[in-house]
Design a protein around this ligand. Structure first.
Ligand code: HEC
Length: 138
């Protein structure tokens, strides 16, 4: 190979490597995955107790001031006292989805049983609480 060609190839390789490095270094760090906040059921149990839910709700099917929480995130819902029937919906008439249960917990609601005072929880606390409620099956 002639020296000139060898040098040209060498320069091209160095330039290529530099461009590659600059491209990688200049890239902004990967954005955190967007989407729903991951909930942790163990932390959710603490939220349930600290937010005072357990004063009015058991974590079984047993009735306290409100229904027991077992089944609250299952399609059939919790066990209601005789005479109370929401036709598969939440006490406020919303479909039984996790989003609607979260909204129910944040708002003050009046149903056939009584009034539940809303609780101001952060998005992380709510995600943890919902993860915990998911474990309460009947
Ligand atoms: C002062 C008592 C009280 C407290 C505290 C309370 N609730 Fe309630 N909750 C009620 C009552 C009463 C109802 C029933 C409303 C109705 O059906 O008339 C209810 C209903 C609910 C329902 C709807 C159940 C269903 O599907 O029918 C959910 C979910 C719920 N509560 C979750 C919670 C959570 C989670 C907390 C804590 C952040 C909490 N509650 C704190 C009294 C309370």
């Amino acid at each position: 190979m002639q020296p000139l060609i060898r040098m040209t190839i060498g320069v091209a390789l160095v330039l290529g490597a530099l461009l590659l490095a600059a491209n990688t270094l200049g890239r902004p760090p990967a954005a955190p995955a967007s989407g729903p906040i991951a909930g942790d059921a163990t932390r959710g149990q603490i939220v349930f107790e600290r937010a005072g839910c357990s004063a009015c709700h058991t974590t079984t099917t047993e009735f306290r001031v409100g229904t027991g929480m077992a089944g609250v995130l299952q399609p059939e819902g919790p066990v209601y006292p005789p005479g109370v029937n929401y036709g598969g919906l939440l006490p406020n008439g919303a479909p039984r989805t996790e989003e609607n249960v979260a909204a129910f917990i944040r708002a003050t609601n009046q149903g056939q049983i009584g009034i539940m005072p809303g609780r101001a929880l952060s998005d992380q606390q709510m995600a943890d609480l919902i993860a915990y409620l998911r474990t309460l099956t009947r």
